[in-house]
Structure formats: C-alpha cells, structure tokens
Design a protein around this ligand. Structure first.
Ligand code: ATP
Ligand code: MG
Length: 890
C-alpha cells in the first residue's frame, strides 16, 4: 500500500515525466488580492497568467497546493467533520497547460495516471461532460466526450449541468466546460444493499461515490453583459483532492481513516480517553446502541483533526487569528474546533495545541514552514483557545441567567434575539445554545434566530457591494513598471473601467508604463497626478492587482487616448521610502538585540509612520529598545547605499543571505534589497541610501497576539516634529517653575510640599469638623423629644458628610440633622436621621433630600437615614434646610 507521502511524490514524478515544471505551493493565505483571502484552488496563483498579464512560460506546470475552503464561493466549513470527504484545508494536486496541450492531452494524462500508474479499477470510475446550455448557445462538450470514449465505456460517461460542469473564474473573466472524475468506492455489501449503479449515484451526495478530480477546459471569456467570447489562449486547469485520492488508493472509505489523519486522531484518543470508530469498525460492529453518542465523538474528533491543520498552516503562513477579515475566519475555525472539543470531547481546557507536535511530525517534512514555527504556532493557538474558553464560560453564565428568567416567567422557549446575541458576542452557535437549553428543558426560537442572522448578513453585504464594469481596452500591451528608476514617466492608458462601491464611483486605469507603486507588502499605494497637454487628473491611490499597478482616479481624462506624464508625489514617496528602508534596518537591529528567532510577521509603511510586527515571546525592555534605536541610527549615519539586485533567481538570492518570509509568494526571479548587513527579499520603494532616513525613533512597543510584538516608529521629518513637541512641552513645564535649573529637583520638592500640605489641611479640617459638631449639638433645638440640628455654612462635601456623622455620634436620642453647605459656590444639602426616626416615624432621608433639593435646583438621594444632594443655586440653601425640617413634621 502506498503511503500518503509516496502518493504525493508519484503525482509530481508522473507530471515531471510529461515535461511539466514542478512548482511550489503558493501560500494558503493570500496577501495582495483584494478579491480573495485564501487560496481555494490550485489555479489561484496562475490567475495573472490566465488573464494575460504574466508570462506563461513554462507552459506546463504541476504542483500540490495548500487550499482552504471556508469563505466566499467555496465554503465547506459546515460540512467538515459531519462528512468524511470535505476538509477546510486540503491539498489539491494540479497540472496546467497555458496554451499548450488541451482537452485530449489532459484527458489522456489523467487517465494514464489513475489507471496505468496508480492502478485504480476503471470499472469504478465515471466521468462527466458538460451537457450544453441552449439559452447561452453553448453546445454539449462533444469534444471531451469523444476523448473520454477512447478510455471508458459509454455508460461511464455522464452529462452534467452548468452547476457541476461549467467553471467560471468570477462574474466575468475566463470560463469553460469541465469534466469530473468520480470514484465508486462502495463495499460489495453496500452495492448489493443499495441496488443502484455507480452511475446513478454520481453527484448525488453519496459519501462513497465522490468526485476526485476536476479537469477544466478554459476556452471562453465572459463579459459583464454575460456574453461569451473565445479566450486568446486555451488553458487546462486541473484539481485533484489529495486526501480523497489517498483514501481510494489505501482502500479506505473515509479520508480520516488514511495515514493523513490517523496519527492525529490517535493523539486525540490518547488525550481524551475516548474512542474513534473507523468505517470498518462501525461496519463490523453488531450493536448500534451507542451509535449516536459515538457518532458525536467521531464528528468532534474529525472537526478537531481537520481544523488543527487549517489553523496551524494559516499561522505558519503569517495569518494570526484576529477580529477582521482573514484573521477572523481563522479565529472562527479555531473556535468551531474548541466548541466541538468542549461539548463532545469533554475538553474544558485548551486542547488543540496539544495535537500540534503530531501534526508537525507528520507534515513538517513536506511543509518546513510548520516545523520552523512550531513554537509560535503553539503559543498562538493556546492563547486563542484559552481566551475563547473564557468567553464560553461567560456566555454559559449568561445563558444560565436567561434560563432562570424563563423559569421565573414560566416560559419554555428562549427567544431568537437572545440566542443571536449569544452567537454574535460570545461565538455561541445555535446548536450549542440549543444543546445547553435542551439539557435544561428549554427550546430555542430558531426562526427568530435565522431572521436576525439574515439581517446581519444583509448589512454586511450592503456594506461590501462592489460593481465592476468591463475593461475598456484602448491599446493592447502589458504594463511596464518603471518606478524603481523614475518618479515621472511618459505613458498612455491601456485600459480603464468604472467601479461602483456603495454609490461611490471611481475609475481604475492601467497605464502602458507607470512609476506608481501599487499597495503591496505593507507599503501603501502611491499618489500623484496624470498630466496631459490639456488637463491634470489626480491619482488618489494605486492598487496592485494581478501583477499590475491599477491607478484609482475620480474622473476620466476628457481624452483617454492622449499622451500623459504620470508623476508620483515625490514628497510622499521619499517619506514612504525612508520608512520602508527603516523597517529593514529595524528588522536587522531586532535580530541583533533579541536573537535570530525574530521573524517579521507583518508591516505597514506609509509616508508618516511605520509599523513592524515580529515574533518574540516577551516585552522588549526599554534598554533593549534603546539599543535597537542606537543600531538603526548608527546605520543611518553610515549612509549605507541601496544595493539592489533585480530579477535574481530565487536560489541565488537565498545564497546571498536574503531573508525570505514564510507565507510570502515569490516568483522564480526576485528582487533583493541590501543596505550593508541588512539583506531582504523586497519589491518596495527604498531610500537611495540610509542617510536619507535622517533619524529613527521608536514611539511604542506593544503586544498584538501571543508571541507577536509590534513596534511603531517615526523617521526623518516626523522625528523632528516629535522632538519639537517634546521641547515645547518641556519649555512649558519649565516656565511653570520659573525656569529652574534643576527642574527635576524642583518638581520633586513641589510634590513633597504638596503632599505635606494636603495632610495638614486634612487634619485642620478634621479639627474644624470636630469643633463645629460640638457647637451645633450645643445649639440644637428640641422639638417633641427630637434634637434638631440645622446649619448653613461653607464646607467641602466630604467634610459635610463627616460632620453629619460626628453630630450623630454625639447625640444619643432622636436626631434630625440638616446641613446646608457651600463649596466654591456649589450648594450641598446633607440629612442625617437617627434610626428610630426611620423605623418609628417612617422618615426617609433619601426622599426628603430629593424634595428639598428642588430649592437649590439640584437632585440627589441616599439611604433612609443618610442622604445628600448637590445643586446649582446656593441662595436657596436656607430655604432648603427649613424645608427638610418642615417635611419631617416633628
Ligand atoms: P465537491 O462537489 O465534492 O465539493 P467540488 O466540485 O467543490 O467538489 P472542485 O472545486 O472541482 O471540487 O475541486 C477539485 C477537487 O478538489 C475535487 O475534485 C475534490 O477532489 C477536491 N476537493 C474539493 N473540495 C474539497 C474539500 N473541501 N476537501 C477536500 N477535497 C476537496
Ligand atoms: Mg465543493
């Protein structure tokens, strides 16, 4: 039996023998494409070749590509774990032809590989071809059917509809028919029991008759009006699910029973003490008593084994869990696993991270990025798990309260709005809420929940809606980027299109040659102007799409076919360049000071600031930050020149010692940027020499996630501003102290004096209160056996309270004490009653103070025996005091 590793290798070997270049997997997390967060198919990394904006050589390629299908067009997340053949992260084996062989070649090779090389039984294989679409005027794919007929009998060729057998890149763009290969992997018993042929079960969601390979024949281009035109270059794009293939070759009936997943599942069993039931075991077992419970355990173990891979590989690719975009998707995957482990595997503490060593052992050789970053991945996972478990606890106690309320009201149904709030704030999905409710005898209003969910989805969709018109082609040709050597360049518009986003309209332009750097690798897009003889158009931003700079403008030039000068705003460029170069020096200095484990994990470079995220496991101390600043500033003073190597072969660049980032996509040829000892792979715009940075100053160091720190810093002019601000503040402070020479000494003395005086004042106040209390009690009237103490006097609110309590302590019998005090023109009313007045006469100081405070235009409250109120009108104080006495009706 072939192992998974041998199968992976055999695929590469086979296509190598068919003259394909074997290329590496692109990262699973996509950094520079606004339309796609994760690689969801092998073809993603060839999008620009297919769209004609990149050189197609070599025209035959093959690889295994890490894919993630958890958002957008392909979202399998909810299936994962419940079925045995959809994963979030999986490997897609693929071969491509860019204008080389087409349908016949692709079909012959696929067949040869599966049947001649791997020896799959042809009787178990079925293929589909596109049935055609009369309304779109596309005929059946007779061509593909003809080539299949060379290999398979007619009853193994099945017509398929547009949904399954017509592939489209998006609403517009390349598309074409496809053929899928399905395998009937049912056991003889299952075949007998079902009485159906494999043919009848293709594309019917039968877990044993599944698609393994999809071969796409791209031959059309879809325009925005929906019509199709022939593609200038035919493309073969194939994708085969590696885990599914392994399962077929290892004679298993579940992807999870193969050696891809079994080691992880074994580890899960060991940690939880629970049993995973394989397909064979469940087929052979006599009793089906515990089947429901063991199925729940099975699902949970599959979910965790699967999600572990997705999360670990994403973190290795540089995508940390977070609150937005791709980071949020990863966070949700991890949380889904935690929930299953919590609910069905009894794991109340972090669990997933414990499986990581097994994953690294199994896959670390094929994917070295996993092994290299194991420590970081484990830390990030554990912290995410811990923090979500805390949230879960909070949510559970919220749910407990809600159920208690229901019980009190005699209800049995939790309303859907509450269930949705639990979902939205605490990540409680409906099934978990339902489960907990059910255990306590409650139901959940699912309909209401769905209504709330839909509302949220609508809100999100409306916010994100973008409409693209067709590109209007003015001239044929490829864009040339000239920005490394120029900030101004003569050019023409190749094509443009209108984009509408939330009623906002703008245009995207592609120029024949451009000095504008499009947003990429953390450096923001450039701004500037497009000038023709008659007009000047502002370029407000530049994006990077499919290997090109796309310029964003508010309006089109009156004559789009004119000759233009494209001019970059050089002040902004110089400032950005200085910041970008400074991040390289910072990276170098951090490695010197903290150690070689420092890995860049993200960066942001704009004209006015720079941000650099890196792996490091503790706070960077003030001394270390100083040391880093010293190294960087030293390199600035050395004025190291930019030493740039364009179009360097990848391997050569590595030999030069250039630092490549995990999760970054590099072509065969790369650019290396060197400043003295700092040497990195980088496509950015840099300072001509480090001296241009002027100066470097860190302004903050903080944590962004477990094991990841962030440094923000300023350079050049911004440092000057920083210095001036500091200087101004210092000057202002000095002037407060008569420009004393020994400023620190003087301030320290002031603080000491202030503290001493404060203490003295407090003690004077206490004495004054003591005296006042004595005098007030001596002067007190007596009405019907109640001592009545009233006074209007200047005093702080806190002292008034103190005074009232002192008076109370000094009077043994019944007491009504009303104080009207004034502090800085603010009136305050204080009432103190003896307990018997509260208990026997039903007096309430809180109510009385509210009523009387109207006379000082204020309000307040308190307890029955003591209350205070503040106000605005100090002139009403005496009247308010009298009012209280009147209210007491003694
Ligand atoms: P299915 O209908 O089974 O979901 P698909 O039509 O979505 O498959 P394609 O988009 O054609 O699949 O992807 C090509 C191949 O990748 C499939 O034939 C299958 O072998 C594999 N594949 C697709 N989705 C997954 C997944 N979620 N997990 C594992 N393998 C997958
Ligand atoms: Mg699918």
């Amino acid at each position: 039996m072939m192992t998974a590793k041998e199968i992976r290798d055999s695929f590469k070997k086979f296509f190598e023998s068919k003259e394909h270049a074997i290329v590496p997997s692109a990262p699973m997390v996509i950094k520079d494409d606004p339309t796609l967060m994760f690689t969801n198919a092998g073809m993603n990394q060839w999008k620009d070749i297919i769209l004609g904006t990149r050189d197609p050589e070599p025209r035959r390629r093959a690889d295994t590509q890490k894919c993630l299908r958890v958002s957008g067009k392909h979202n399998d997340l909810e299936e994962v774990g419940h079925d045995t053949y959809h994963h979030t992260m999986f490997e897609m084996l693929g071969n491509w032809s860019f204008g080389d062989y087409f349908k016949e070649g692709a079909i012959d090779m696929a067949w040869e590989y599966l049947v001649d090389v791997l020896k799959l039984n042809p009787e178990d294989l079925y293929v589909t071809v596109f049935e055609g679409s009369p309304e779109e005027n596309i005929p059946r794919d007779d061509e593909a059917a003809k080539y299949w007929a060379k290999h398979v009998p007619a009853d193994h060729i099945i017509n398929g509809n547009k949904h399954d057998n017509f592939w489209e890149m998006g609403d517009t763009g390349p598309c074409g028919p496809c053929s899928e290969i399905h395998v009937d992997s049912r056991t003889p018993e299952q075949r007998k029991a079902s009485g159906k042929t494999g043919r009848e079960l293709v594309n019917q969601d039968d877990p044993q008759v599944i698609e393994i390979w999809n071969i796409v024949f791209m031959q059309f281009n879809r325009k925005a009006d929906g019509s199709l035109e022939p593609l200038s270059m035919n493309v073969i794009d194939t994708g085969m699910g590696f885990e599914r293939l392994v399962r077929m070759l290892q004679g298993k009936h579940s992807n999870y029973d193969t050696d891809v997943f079994q080691p992880i599942i074994k580890a899960e069993q060991q940690i939880t003490g629970l049993k995973y039931t394989t397909f064979e075991e469940s087929e052979n077992s006599e009793n089906s008593e515990n089947s429901e419970a063991s199925e729940a355990i099975n699902v949970a173990m599959r979910v965790c084994a699967d999600h572990l891979r997705a999360v670990a590989f994403s973190i290795a690719d540089g995508q940390l869990p977070s609150n937005a975009k791709a980071g949020y998707v990863i966070r949700r995957i991890l949380r889904r696993a935690v929930r299953y482990a919590y609910t069905f595997l009894g794991q109340k503490e972090a669990f997933l991270y414990k499986l990581l060593p097994t994953l690294v052992e199994e896959m670390g050789d094929a994917f070295p990025e996993l092994k290299a970053q194991q420590q970081l991945i484990g830390k990030v996972m554990k912290e995410e798990e811990d923090s979500f478990l805390r949230t879960l606890d909070k949510g559970i106690s919220m749910l407990d309260k809600a159920m208690e309320q229901l019980r009190a009201e005699g209800k049995t149904e939790l309303d859907g709005v509450q269930a949705f709030r639990l979902f939205d704030t605490y990540g409680f999905p409906l099934d978990l809420t339902e489960l907990i409710c059910r255990e306590n005898g409650f139901t959940v209003n699912e309909e209401q929940f769905n209504v709330e969910m839909q509302k949220q989805k609508d809100r999100a969709r409306n916010a994100a809606q973008v409409e693209n018109s067709d590109w209007v082609e003015l001239k044929a040709g490829e864009q040339q980027f000239v920005g490394y050597d120029n900030s101004e360049y003569e050019t023409e518009i190749l094509r443009y299109r209108k984009v509408t986003q939330k009623k906002n309209e703008f245009y995207e332009l592609v120029l024949s040659a451009t000095p504008f750097y499009g947003e990429m690798g953390g450096q923001v897009g450039e701004q500037g102007v497009l000038v023709s003889e008659n007009e000047t158009i502002e370029i407000i931003d530049t994006k990077r799409e499919n290997n090109q700079s796309v310029h964003i403008v508010k309006q089109l030039p009156k004559d789009p076919t004119a000759q233009f000068m494209a001019c970059v705003d050089t002040d902004k460029r110089d400032a950005s360049a200085a910041n970008h170069t400074a991040t390289h020096l910072l990276d170098y200095a951090l490695k010197q000071v903290l150690g070689d484990h420092v890995e860049q994990k993200g960066s942001f470079v704009s004209p006015d600031t720079l941000r650099f995220d890196f792996s490091h496991f503790e706070k960077v101390s003030d001394e270390q930050l100083r040391e880093v600043e010293r190294i960087v500033n030293d390199m600035i003073r050395q004025d190291l020149p930019l030493d740039e190597h364009r179009d360097t072969p990848f391997e050569e660049a590595k030999e030069m010692g250039a630092i490549a980032l995990f999760g970054e996509k590099y072509g065969d040829k790369v650019r290396v940027v060197r400043f003295g000892p700092s040497c990195e792979f980088c496509g950015g715009i840099h300072a001509k020499s480090t001296g241009r940075i002027g100066m470097f100053k860190i302004i903050s160091e903080s944590s962004v996630a477990a094991g990841i720190r962030r440094i923000e810093a300023k350079t050049g002019k911004e440092c000057e501003e920083l210095l001036y601000n500091l200087e101004d503040t210092l000057k202002a402070v000095k002037s407060f102290f008569n420009n004393a020479k020994d400023l620190q000494g003087v301030i320290r003395k002031y603080i000491e004096e202030h503290d001493t005086m404060k203490k003295e004042i407090e003690s004077f106040q206490a004495q004054a209160v003591e005296r006042a209390a004595k005098q007030l009690v001596e002067k007190a009237r007596e009405v019907n056996g109640v001592k009545v103490v009233t006074a209007v006097l200047p005093m702080e609110p806190a002292a008034a309270k103190d005074l009232a309590f002192k008076v109370r302590a000094a009077v043994s019998g019944s007491l009504l004490c009303v104080l009207g005090t004034k502090h800085q023109d603010k009136p305050q009313l204080t009432i103190m009653l003896s307990d018997d007045l509260v208990a026997e006469h039903s007096l309430n100081a809180g109510q009385m103070v509210r009523e009387a405070a109207k006379l000082i235009q204020g309000g307040g409250g308190g307890q029955p025996h003591f209350a205070q109120a503040g106000g605005k009108n100090a002139d009403g104080l005496s009247a308010a005091v009298d009012k209280v006495v009147e209210l007491a009706k003694l």
